[in-house]
Structures are given as structure tokens and as C-alpha cells.
Design a protein around this ligand. Structure first.
Ligand SMILES: *Cc1c(COP(=O)(O)O)cnc(C)c1O
Length: 392
């Protein structure tokens, strides 16, 4: 404290400490297998890494790259959107390279929100959403994805979504495929989101970093729905798709007006980042479709391995349609239904770390019994985790 006032400002005070630091420290101290954090334990394609080495050696991107990102990468991003989804974006005016999806989220919200605006976001939500909404001085209005116990999935209640929109709502913040629940929004849900955005004249920011990690159904970009192209900022990233989460190369696509607005905030956050890595990601985006099919097949097998192991250990399993996370309900194993206490004890009990979904909720009670495990790990690591979890 100085001047009798806390150092951390009021907007961020509620985000002071996270459970992730505690859980990772616990993993190190107990030697537990860390299925809490969502990063792969092997690197992505060798040729992509080699492209980064070549760029570094050739002096490509070792000095400040252009503010919007190198042209090669912007062109590759636009080609990707065209090839995968039939969405045409001008690489010069409608694509912006960012320091991961994280900066894309921050810059979008800081650029597009005024203090007092309301943001409707799906709950449970990725942790940076709440913090960035708060930094923008706006208010989050969570719409809770509802677990369907018999189907083992989560669904968006469209009536709840519509009811959450008020005259102060500026923006819908969507995430599909969804972390942590693994929900992939289906066509009818996305069409309803799009219709609502158009009817109420709302902006949409859509986080699609797991676009290539879909096991059931298909990923449909919100920007492809009628009336959405001019009001939607689409966010993605190389981290999850190419298994280089440390590189922090992300991007947005959107109308020239939206991209210009987001760039106004982005230029004062990092300005630019990852010069040589941008060249490598441009090459990664040109990998053949086979790459994406193999990525999906690999993670699908891992999903099924972990889901089966968790079910055998006694968890109720919400089998994810996408992402590399599986949400479980601990209540069959632990009548208290306190996921936070459960995760704190799990490393000592059986040598595995997981994350309590409650930390992704404003309505903590709604998320209390749910616990998330990541399966972006080597098969032998998942097998060992499953063996350990059987002791429960
Ligand atoms: C991992 C993740 C991000 C962050 O992506 P980076 O490119 O590493 O910044 C954003 N949104 C969601 C939903 C994520 O899971």
C-alpha cells in the first residue's frame, strides 16, 4: 500500500491470484502428472521449427516486422480462411497479426469497448476474457453453458442468451470450440447468435483458436453467417493448431474498419512480436490438409483414451466434441462436489493435476463439481495418468 491504497487497481483486484500457479507448484512439488495446463508436451512439425531457424539465420524478422504482421503471413492467413471456409479477406486491410490470441482478445476488447458497456460471454470462460473486459472498464454478463447429463455434453440456452442482451450490450464474446467444456457450437446455435447480433446491432468477437481440433461435427466460423462479416472479429492462433504455444503468433480477421480499430489498441500493447516466427507460421499455414487430419486423429485417440480412463476411475465424463480438454463431474467420486478442494488434494492422492472449472465461472456454484483434464500429452503420459487415477 502507498497513500493508504492497494497497489493493484480496483479493476484487476479480483484477478490477483489464480489457482493455476498453485496447481503447477503442487505438480512440481509432488512430481504429479500435470493435466491441468493446456499445452502439448511435444513440439509441432519439425519443418515448421526448421522454417523458424532458417528465418532467424537469414535475418528475416530479426528487426521490427511491419505493424500489421509480415505480408507472407497475412497472405497465408487469408488463404487459410478462403480454403477452409470460403471466407475472403484482404491480407492488407482485413488481417492483423498479434502476440497470440491473448493479445488479439485484449486489443479487440480494449479497442471496441467503452467503460460501462456490457459484454455477453459464454460461461465458463477462458480466464483472460474477464480480465480484459475489466481492463476496458466494461461489465461482463455471463451466459452459462448448461450440462446435459444424459447426453454428456454442454449446450447453449438460446433463450438465456437473448435475455442477457440489454440496451447497454455492445458485444458478444463467443468461443467455439469451447474451452473448458469442449463444446462445439452447432449450426442452429451459431445461426441464433448471428441473428441476435444482427437484430440488436451488436459486435461479435469470436475466439476460434481450437478451429482445427474438432472430433464431432464441424467448426463453422461465425463470420460466415449472414450479416456477420462486417460485425465480427475472428481470432485464431498458431499455438494450438501447430503445437507451438510458446511462439505466441495469433491473428484476427475482420472488416477493414474493425481491423483498423483493433490495430489502434494493439500498436500500444506489443506493437509487434515474433518476427522470425511469423515466417515459420506462414509456412505452417501452407501444410497440406493431411496435417490437420493427422492432428485430429492423434488427439481423437488421446481423447478416447483419457475419457475411458476417467470413466473407469468413476468420473462422470463430458466427452468433448472439440479442443484438447475434457470436463468431468466429480460427484460420483466425491459427494461434497467441491472441485477446488478435489483438485488441491488430487496430486497427493494419486499423482495427477487437474483444474477446477469453478475458476472459469462467475456463478461459482454452477461450476463447483466440474474438473478439467488436458489430453494434449504423449500417449504414455496419458496411460500413466489413467493408471494413477484408477487408485481413486
Ligand atoms: C490457449 C487459448 C488462448 C490463447 O492463445 P495464445 O495464442 O496462446 O495467446 C485463447 N483462447 C482460448 C480459448 C485458449 O484456450
Amino acid at each position: 500500500m502507498t497513500q493508504g491504497r492497494p497497489l493493484l487497481n480496483r479493476r484487476l483486484a479480483e484477478f490477483g491470484t489464480t489457482i493455476f500457479a498453485e496447481m503447477s507448484a503442487l505438480a512440481v512439488r509432488t512430481g504429479a502428472i500435470n493435466l491441468g495446463q493446456g499445452f502439448p508436451d511435444t513440439d509441432g512439425p519439425e519443418e515448421v521449427r526448421e522454417a523458424a531457424v532458417r528465418a532467424l539465420r537469414a535475418g528475416h524478422g530479426n528487426q521490427y516486422p511491419p505493424g500489421p504482421g509480415i505480408p507472407e503471413l497475412r497472405t497465408a492467413i487469408a488463404a487459410h480462411q478462403q480454403h477452409r471456409y470460403g471466407l475472403a479477406y484482404d491480407p492488407d486491410t482485413e488481417v492483423l497479426v498479434t502476440a497470440g490470441a491473448t493479445e488479439a482478445i485484449a486489443a479487440s476488447l480494449l479497442a471496441l469497448l467503452e467503460p460501462g458497456d456490457e459484454v455477453v460471454a459464454l460461461e465458463p470462460y477462458y480466464d483472460s476474457y474477464a480480465a480484459c473486459i475489466a481492463m476496458a472498464g466494461a461489465t461482463r454478463v455471463p451466459v452459462t453453458l448448461r450440462p446435459d447429463t444424459s447426453a454428456g455434453t454442454y449446450r447453449l440456452d438460446l433463450d438465456e442468451l437473448r435475455a442477457a442482451v440489454t440496451p447497454r450490450t455492445r458485444l458478444l464474446l463467443i468461443n467455439t470450440p469451447h474451452n473448458p467444456t469442449g463444446t462445439v457450437l452447432i449450426r442452429e446455435e451459431l445461426a441464433a447468435v448471428a441473428a441476435l447480433a444482427c437484430e440488436r446491432d451488436l459486435l461479435v468477437v469470436t475466439d476460434e483458436v481450437y478451429e482445427h481440433l474438432v472430433f464431432e461435427g464441424e467448426h463453422l466460423p461465425l463470420a460466415g453467417f449472414p450479416g456477420m462479416r462486417e460485425r465480427t472479429v475472428t481470432i485464431s492462433s498458431a499455438g494450438k493448431t501447430f503445437s507451438y504455444t510458446g511462439w505466441k503468433i495469433g491473428w484476427i480477421t475482420g472488416s477493414p474498419e474493425l481491423v483498423t480499430a483493433v490495430r489502434s489498441a494493439k500498436q500500444f500493447l506489443t506493437y509487434v512480436s515474433g518476427g522470425p516466427l511469423q515466417y515459420a507460421v506462414a509456412e505452417a499455414l501452407r501444410l497440406p490438409d493431411r496435417f490437420y487430419a493427422e492432428l485430429r486423429a492423434d488427439l481423437l485417440a488421446k481423447r478416447d483414451l483419457l475419457c475411458a480412463g476417467l470413466a473407469e476411475a468413476g468420473f462422470a465424463v463430458y466427452r468433448p466434441a472439440g479442443t484438447y480438454f475434457v470436463t468431468t463431474d466429480i460427484r460420483p467420486l466425491d459427494a461434497s462436489g467441491d472441485g477446488i478442494a478435489f483438485c488441491r488434494a488430487l496430486p497427493e492422492r494419486c499423482g495427477v493435476v487437474a483444474v477446477p472449472n469453478a475458476v472459469f465461472y462467475d456463478h461459482r456454484d454452477q461450476g463447483a463439481p466440474f474438473v478439467r483434464f488436458a489430453f494434449c500429452k504423449r500417449t504414455e503420459v496419458l496411460q500413466e495418468a489413467v493408471t494413477r487415477l484408477r487408485k481413486l
